[in-house]
Write a protein that binds this ligand. Structure first.
Ligand SMILES: [Zn+2]
Length: 509
């Protein structure tokens, strides 16, 4: 049983190719995830066992023993694993979930490569893990101070993951007050971290004005409309996605709509996450009776500071190719179907290329050996929605499809559904709500106002359900950070973004 869009397929592919017969640990979020992960690995011929506090003591030491003696290749563990174990030849430590703190991450990744030979620490980063971890913490600790500490630690980890420009080793060691010269990391290509390796792909970009416009839009939307604003929606508005849901809510007329049309989706998400970390925005999490998590965005407590203080800047790393045309002019006129379809295909192509580059990076092979580039273009145009349709595309071989096709099919299916929705929905009348142009100063004085407004908005039930579904589907954005734990140990890191970082609004029910 494959789990949807998490990173397990990729982890398994990595272990089966790069770490064949090598010893390693995969850290997972919960006991249940350890069990499922280990089971999936076994199905794929990897000798794996799960390890967590749910096992009795004797069972746990048995598992440790079998792993140390190399009878078992991989242990899928919660953080409980590895305490007091000193296995020197651990070649990889993979985090399938966001670590809960920098300290924890340092400890766990430090279990790799104690023999001094190269080892990899790879972290699959998905922002949505924040919600999963928060939910677990909230269930254990109702005390708000404890929650706050957990969230602070988590957010430090998020900013570590979202950092695309600083050396990972340097970041970690600086955190513990040590000084590390980045040149050491850069010097050895074979062991440098992902950020040192892709140093030139990102530039720092001043997104202050964008951040202000976003903050203003969040305030306006939350205040004036009966819709629950999610991060995905906010990203879609900024990106200017032509989605039925946005049209229906009149949001395609909003001044923010399409402001970031030329932005890469990953960059938009990084900006929004940064704004959450800085508390310009705030995410409110609700757990429904069905145990769904839904998260709505509103103004954060530092919003006024961003809006009014001149020296407050928002500087984020951004893919170099984007920086020149970061702000696009926008028209709020709905696009013709053709234009929308082209955009959809282009989006699909980008997403396909991202995952292909990700796989290629992980396996250290070229993108075109993952999939023929002409075939990728064809896929984005024909949007196959089944394995059969995918295999009909010229240059898609059975062998390639079996190895990597499923991940690509997931993407084309998603876009095929989107195309379907696009074709089906007629041009609808857009209600023409004007944005009140009130000044920001009123906000800075009364942030509470927004809180109560947001509370009222939550009564709008219809969006609630769909937001839940969307959350469930939120894609995996994967950043692999291989960091060398001990000074001598090696760290390599890769960054990749897998399978659409976000769920798509217009996906059919
Ligand atoms: Zn580095």
């Amino acid at each position: 049983a494959k789990k949807g869009k998490n990173c397990s397929d990729e982890v398994i592919a990595l272990i089966k190719t790069k770490y064949k017969k090598e010893s390693g640990i995969v850290y997972c979020l919960s006991r249940k995830e350890c069990d499922t992960f280990a089971a999936q690995m076994k199905e794929n011929g990897i000798k794996a066992l799960s390890y967590h506090a749910g096992h009795a003591d004797n069972k746990r030491s048995e598992i440790q023993g079998r792993w140390i003696s190399e009878e078992i290749q991989v242990v899928c563990a919660t953080i409980a694993f590895g305490m007091g174990i000193d296995k020197p030849n651990v070649r990889f430590v993979i985090h399938a979930v966001l670590p809960k703190s920098i300290e924890g991450y340092y400890q766990e990744s430090g279990r790799a490569g104690r023999d001094g030979a190269n080892a990899d620490c790879i972290l699959f980063y998905n922002y949505a893990d924040v919600y999963r971890i928060r939910k677990m913490v909230e269930q254990d600790n109702p005390n708000p101070n404890v929650l706050r500490t957990h969230m602070d630690n988590l957010f430090k980890m998020v900013s570590f993951c979202e950092n695309k420009t600083d050396c990972r080793r340097q970041l970690q060691l600086n955190y513990f007050g040590e000084i590390y010269d980045r040149q050491q990391c850069v010097a050895n290509k074979a062991t440098s971290c992902d950020n040192c390796r892709c140093k030139d792909d990102f530039n720092m970009f001043d997104a202050t004005e964008d951040a202000k416009q976003i903050t203003k839009a969040v305030r306006d939307i939350v205040q004036s409309r009966s819709c629950n604003l999610t991060m995905v929606m906010l990203t879609d508005i900024f990106k200017g996605c032509d989605l039925k849901k946005l049209r229906e809510a009149g949001l395609t007329k909003h001044p923010l709509y399409g402001r970031g049309r030329s932005w890469n989706r990953g960059d938009i998400e990084r900006l929004l996450h940064y704004m959450v970390l800085k508390e310009y925005l705030q995410e409110n999490m609700h757990i429904t009776v069905n145990d769904f998590v839904c998260v709505y965005v509103k103004i954060g407590q530092n919003a006024a500071e961003l809006m009014t203080k001149k020296d407050t800047k928002v500087i984020i790393p951004m893919r170099s190719s984007n920086t020149t045309t970061a702000v696009a002019t926008v028209t709020a006129v709905p696009q013709a179907i053709n234009g929308a379809l082209l955009e959809l295909q282009e989006k699909c192509y980008k997403e396909l290329m991202e995952i292909i580059k990700g796989i290629a990076g992980a396996l250290d092979i070229s993108a075109s050996s993952v999939m023929n580039m002409i075939a990728v273009r064809a896929m984005s145009q024909s949007l196959p929605d089944s394995a059969e349709a995918m295999l009909k595309i010229p240059h898609v071989t059975k062998a390639n499809f079996e190895k990597y096709g499923k991940a690509l099919l997931d993407i084309t299916q998603k876009y095929a559904a989107e195309k379907h929705a696009l074709m089906a929905d007629e041009h609808e009348a857009i209600d023409n709500e004007e944005d009140e142009d009130d000044t920001w100063s009123s906000v800075s004085t009364s942030t509470n106002k927004y809180k109560s407004v947001a509370g009222k908005k939550r009564k709008a039930k219809s969006n609630y359900q769909s937001a839940n579904k969307k959350f469930k589907k939120t894609g995996t954005s994967t950043a692999k950070a291989k960091a060398k734990p001990t000074a001598k140990a090696k760290a390599t890191a890769k960054v990749k973004s897998i399978a659409g970082t976000t769920a798509n609004e217009s996906k059919g029910p």
